[in-house]
Structure formats: structure tokens, C-alpha cells
Design a protein around this ligand. Structure first.
Ligand code: GLC
Length: 430
């Protein structure tokens, strides 16, 4: 089994550029972050009402997939099980699944079918961590980490019994739902200690048997891409809730990467959260990622009824309007070797260079290194010409006359009025 994915999977993923992350589980009911069980040190009994009242009667993954497609997304990654341990499919090795709730119906299959119907790639997020499994040892991220009685009772737990369960469920997911494009494991924390230095019993590749698990994933799904959170190198790296300052590298070599980001800081539905990112900021993050040869995986946390909430839908619609006009500067685009001016990002596709203006200058923008190299320029949103200034490098600045610039600089004349789009883009024909 090769330890690398096929090149066509890598290029397909890079061309996608923009995907939907969906964090959905019992934590949608407390509706205050997917780590609520950890933050509030909830026991299984405290958490049981969410299992008992899980009834996603408005679940329609076709609506989710359509919203993603219309936002310009080309793939979607669903949490099959998050740290809480609840499984969104009828697992043969667990009763802590949707099949055993009053709702009873598989949630993963309809999601996969909806993604395929909308032309989206399919990814599974699967938590390595499990705060419900009886053999998952209590450690520094476990909800019962401070409960001495629970810790004493759990002393005999065998992580390898849990690892068998982890492997069995991974096998189910990659066997029962046809071709899967992405396996998104989360997360390893080997050697992590408490602030006072005590051993936190963190978990990593030996606990998960990561090499064995990765080999099984590749055997079941030869074209799949696997992320980097098994505590062994994966096929792509996953910067989370930050934007890298440049193309990501591993051991000094460029590496495939995907930034995963939230709309408001929470992955799970968080009803009272007001820290929403603007659509403009999110588009800038998408442009920034692509300019650095990365993807953006943007998360929505559906409600306990199974819907995307109105704020999420409005945000996706705004991004979709920008993508409707500017998709060709993103889809299949790669970084450019040209250096953009301040507050700008370049993306490039063959002989078309896209200048994304994160702020709108007054009157002109000067593009180093492009003097004499651009045949035509236009605003991408409406295909209106942007005039290239033919300048005399010896021109002295005189009142209203701008001084000449170096011949290797291309100066563009900009309208005073900024185009009414989230991020203006000028398409340069090289
Ligand atoms: C972190 C969080 C987890 C979330 C993941 C998404 O690992 O702990 O809740 O699912 O980020 O990347």
C-alpha cells in the first residue's frame, strides 16, 4: 500500500479550493459549543437528555449541499462522530448512535447522496477522541478529568480495546458509503501535560495504531486524501482558526494544505454566539488561502432540528454572490510568482493573473514586475476595462501630474468608486 495518495486526488483537491465543514451532533442541542461536555465537565448522565431528545426533523442534507454549492464550495466534510462519541450512522459496534435515538435514521448516507447529487466531493471527519466509550482512558481533555472517583473507576481502561473500536468504525464508514474523497481525523495530543507539568496522558500514534489505521484507509479507499492529525504525516496539513503567513511547508518542502475556519469561533451550533465573521472577511480568507496555494474549509454547525441557521445561510449566500462573479479567480487557481502590491493578493491560472484588492486605493495601483507584460485588464465583476497607464519613467511629479515609475512597473487607473463586491478583482491578461 503506497503511503501517498494518487496525484489526481491531490490536484482535484487543490482545484476545489473551497469546501464546507459540517459539525453536527448531540452538542447542537445544548447549543453552546461542541466541547460543552468538556467545558462543563458533564457526565454521561448529564448528557443523556441530548441523546433522548435528538430529533432532527428538519434535516434535509440536499438543502445543505445546495447551499454549499451556491456558495461556491466543491466539497463537504461531515462529522461522523465528534469527541462526544455519538455516531451519526448505525454502527454495528456501538449503541451510542443515531439508530438508537427516537429519530432512528442514518444521517451519513443521506448526506453523502446529497453531496453527490450537488456535485460535491465527500469527506468524513472522525474524532479519535471519545468521551463516551467505556475503554477510552480519562486524560487531560476528558470531561471527567477532575473527578477522582471516576478516574479511579476508569483505571483499568484499555486504549487498545478502544483503538479496535476506532478501526472498526473507520472500516464501516469507508465500506458502507461508496467512494469517499477525504478522511479528516481529529486529533492527537501525545505527551501533553497539565499546566503544572503533570502527565496529561495525551494520546498519539501508538494509542490509535495510526500507521495500521492509515494503511487500512488507503486499502479501502485508494484515492482518498487523509489529513495530518493521526500523529503521523498525512496527505495535507490543517491549520485551524488562523491564516498561514505563506504557503505551508513540511521539512522545507511545499505541502498540500487546507485552513479550517469557523463562522463565529465555534464549530458546533452556538446559539448565543455573536462573534460572527463578516462575509467580506471570509472571502478575504478564501483569497488569501488560494494565493498561498491552500484551500479553505469553512464550517457550519447545524441546529438540533437539522438546519443551517439563518445567519449561516445569509453568510453563505453573500459569499456565493461573490463567487458567482469571481469563481474563475479561485477555482483551479494557483499562486503567482509575481509579488502583489500592499493589501493585494494574486492568484493565477495560465495566462490570466488575478489581482484581489483587499483595500481600494485612490486612483491608481502600481504592479511591480508587470510593466509591458499585460495585454489587457478588466474588472472581473463586470468585465469593464481598467486602463493601463503608459508612463514616462523620466516624468517629474508636477502638481496634478504623477511622476514616472520604473518601466518594469505597470500602473492601472482605477475608478474612484470601489466596485460593490466583497473583494474587487482585476483580471490581467498576460
Ligand atoms: C479542534 C476542536 C474540534 C474541532 C476541530 C476542527 O480539534 O477540538 O472540536 O472539531 O478543531 O478542526
Amino acid at each position: 500500500m503506497t503511503d501517498a495518495p494518487p496525484a489526481h486526488s491531490v490536484e482535484k483537491f487543490r482545484d476545489w479550493r473551497f469546501g464546507l465543514f459540517v459539525h453536527w451532533g448531540l452538542y447542537a442541542l445544548p447549543a453552546r459549543h461542541e466541547w460543552v461536555k468538556n467545558y462543563e465537565r458533564l457526565t454521561d448522565e448529564d448528557y443523556q437528555p441530548y441523546f433522548d431528545h435528538f430529533e432532527p426533523d428538519l434535516y434535509d442534507p440536499r438543502k445543505w449541499a445546495a447551499a454549499a454549492r451556491e456558495a461556491g464550495m466543491k466539497y463537504a466534510v461531515l462529522t461522523t462522530k465528534h469527541h462526544e462519541g455519538f455516531c451519526l450512522w448505525d454502527s454495528a459496534v456501538s449503541d451510542y448512535t443515531v439508530a438508537k435515538t427516537a429519530w432512528g435514521k442514518d444521517l451519513v448516507g443521506p448526506f453523502v447522496e446529497a453531496c453527490r447529487a450537488e456535485g460535491l466531493g465527500v469527506g468524513f471527519y472522525h474524532s479519535l477522541i471519545d468521551w463516551h466509550h467505556p475503554e477510552f482512558p480519562i486524560d487531560l481533555v476528558h470531561p471527567q478529568r477532575d473527578d477522582e472517583e471516576a478516574i479511579a473507576k476508569a483505571a483499568g481502561r484499555d486504549i487498545q480495546v478502544y483503538a479496535d473500536y476506532l478501526h472498526a468504525q473507520t472500516r464501516e464508514l469507508l465500506t458502507n458509503y461508496g467512494p469517499v474523497d477525504i478522511m479528516w481525523f481529529d486529533f492527537s495530543y501525545p505527551g501533553r501535560t497539565y499546566p503544572d507539568g503533570r502527565d496529561g496522558h495525551g494520546k498519539g500514534k501508538d494509542d490509535w495504531r495510526s500507521e495500521e489505521l492509515m494503511a487500512m484507509v488507503r486499502e479501502l479507499q485508494p484515492d482518498i486524501l487523509i489529513n495530518d492529525r493521526l500523529d503521523i504525516p498525512g496527505d495535507f496539513v490543517t491549520p485551524e482558526q488562523y491564516q498561514p503567513d505563506g504557503p505551508m511547508t513540511r521539512d522545507g518542502q511545499p505541502v498540500l494544505w487546507e485552513a479550517c475556519q469557523t463562522l463565529n469561533g465555534s464549530w458546533g451550533y452556538d446559539r448565543d454566539n455573536l462573534d460572527w465573521k463578516s462575509p467580506e472577511l471570509l472571502v478575504k480568507m478564501l483569497v488569501d488561502s488560494v494565493s498561498k496555494d491552500g484551500n479553505l474549509l469553512l464550517n457550519v454547525g447545524p441546529t438540533g432540528r437539522g438546519e443551517f441557521d439563518p445567519r449561516a445561510l445569509a453568510t453563505l449566500r453573500s459569499i456565493g454572490e461573490w463567487m458567482r462573479l469571481h469563481e474563475r479567480s479561485i477555482r483551479g487557481a494557483r499562486p503567482s510568482e509575481h509579488t502583489p502590491p500592499a493589501d493585494c493578493r494574486y492568484t493565477q491560472k495560465a495566462d490570466r493573473l488575478y489581482l484581489h484588492l483587499l483595500s481600494w486605493p485612490m486612483g491608481h495601483v502600481h504592479l511591480p514586475g508587470l510593466g509591458g507584460k499585460v495585454k489587457y485588464a478588466q474588472l472581473l465583476n463586470d468585465a469593464s476595462e481598467i486602463k493601463r497607464i503608459v508612463n514616462d519613467p523620466h516624468q517629474q511629479a508636477q502638481n496634478t501630474t504623477m511622476s514616472g515609475v520604473s518601466p518594469d512597473v505597470l500602473t492601472l487607473k482605477l475608478p474612484i468608486q470601489r466596485p460593490d463586491v466583497l473583494v474587487p478583482v482585476i483580471e490581467l491578461f498576460l
